[in-house]
Design a protein around this ligand. Sequence first.
Ligand code: CA
Length: 222
Amino acid sequence: MRILVVEDEKHIAGFIKQGLQEAGYAVDVAYDGEEGYFLAGTEKYDLIVLDIMLPKMDGISVCKNLRKDKIMTPILMLTAKDFVEDKVEGLDAGAEDYLTKPFAFKEFLARIRALLRRKETLVSTKFQVADLILDLPGHKVTRAGKEIPLTAKEFQLLEYLMRYAGQVVTRTDISECVWDTHFSTTTNTIDVHIHELRRKIDEGHKTALIGTVRGRGYMIKG
Ligand code: CA
């Protein structure tokens, strides 16, 4: 995994580079926006860490220009600014995530891992957990080779759980990503769908794949 860090403050750039290298990533550093934009467009990176306040070209412009050039490398924006409008501007410009300086390195790494994971799963069209396979283009789910008919919503819900296999997904995550809405927390729609999914996926099998994480949400075992 190769990461480009665009940061003009040398000590911060050095600190980020060292931390990322220790975590096992290959790292290039650009010290101004123009250099960052050039490198991002000519080299292949899995992720870009982009400061907003940069000489020559600011981070928002770098991000906008990259997206205009159809370079869709995930971008984690970094800035000392802590104003809501800057965050909105960064995300509107096409950044995937945003972190305010100073930050805890542990959180920084967690965000990077999440973005890299998301990148992988976004291009993936087939998900497999144990003997359960979800084929996205074929719109087909099988377990132990046997096809399982699902409703459209159940399929979406299972796809979401499988994208994040091994991680807890909360009801809020599910309502936002599967139902595209925040609905009342008293609703039991999600639980009803999970119940149905379990019945179809797990019933009659030795291993139950869809687990409940008490007080947190659901998880499909990775
Ligand atoms: Ca800066």
